[in-house]
Ligand binder design. Structure first.
Ligand code: MF3
Ligand code: CO
Ligand code: CO
Length: 276
């Protein structure tokens, strides 16, 4: 979501949808298939592969499984997935760019299954990567896990952001502020906004309640937090051209905490996954 959308939604933070068991069943299926699409890609994310080839594989995978990739034609987005490498923060458009040894790339898959959206992204290392790129990926992975641990009824969306920001900044990294996580379900981008930082104290944001469905998707930079969107209208890059990383899961709030719908069934969603 962009900054403008974010502010508009903040004005209307009432009426956040709460879903029942049937929705959770739908989200489990959609989340699992999105995670399996990323698992399927692991062996292909190697030096020389183009991001367009990865996009085509996910499109074929989706259609084979009676799913649709949500980004395709979403507000004019031309491809099925987002591929964001190195200094690209998010919303990179797959194309002829060949990945090279040392690159890091976020692949973001959203699949619609029976009307429900499963939205998840991971970092992939292309061959051997630098120690600092490795560290950024580890910090970002941990940020998402800490955000997930903050999800339980009675906590607020601000608690999620605070957990992420506190850890990221203690690790001398910065949190991107121009994009956030989002409610989803039958809709791709819904209320509430899930900011990955929190400037306010306890109780900031919306109170989390059982049945809420949303993503957490921190974008963490090695340098400063500033980003700009390129002339294609989508690709967001760091202003200082330093490395950026992101991980994303889709979760549902339960009575006691949350359920993560997009964990890898094959256990391939840790930090530093690469083709062998
Ligand atoms: N999957 C992205 C997210 O996490 C959104 C991509 S929308 C697109 O919200 F149009 F850029 F593909
Ligand atoms: Co998302
Ligand atoms: Co996503």
């Amino acid at each position: 979501m962009s900054n403008v959308e974010l502010k508009r939604a903040a004005l209307a933070d009432r009426d956040i949808k709460r879903h029942g068991p049937e929705a959770f069943e739908g989200m489990r299926k959609a989340g699992r298939l999105a995670a399996e699409a990323l698992d399927m890609l692991v062996p292909y994310v190697k030096p020389g592969v183009t991001t367009a080839e990865l996009d085509e594989r996910v499109l074929a995978f989706a259609l084979d499984h009676k799913a649709l990739p949500a980004p395709l034609f979403y507000r004019g987005f031309p491809r099925a997935i987002c591929t964001s490498f190195n200094h690209v923060v998010c919303h990179g458009i797959p194309g002829d760019k060949k990945l090279a040894k040392g690159d890091i790339v976020n692949i973001d898959v959203t699949l619609i299954v029976d009307g429900w959206h499963g939205d998840t992204s991971r970092m992939f290392a292309v061959g051997d990567i630098s120690r600092r790129a490795e560290r950024l990926i580890e910090v970002t992975f941990q940020c998402l896990e800490l955000g997930i641990l903050a999800v339980k009824p009675g906590n607020t969306t601000g608690d999620i952001g605070r957990a992420i920001q506190t850890y990221a900044e203690a690790q001398r990294c910065s949190v991107v502020r121009d994009f956030c996580g989002h409610g989803l379900g039958r809709v791709f981008h819904d209320r509430p906004n899930i900011l990955h930082y929190c400037d306010d104290g306890e109780g900031a944001g919306s109170v989390l309640k059982p049945g809420m469905l949303f993503t957490i998707e921190p974008m963490i930079n090695l340098g400063r937090d500033g980003v700009k969107v390129l002339a294609d209208g989508w690709t967001a890059v760091t202003r200082d051209r330093e490395l950026s990383a992101q991980f994303e899961h889709t979760v549902g709030v339960t009575e006691t905490g949350c359920e993560v719908f997009t964990r890898s069934p094959a256990g391939l969603d840790g930090p530093l996954i690469r083709a062998s």
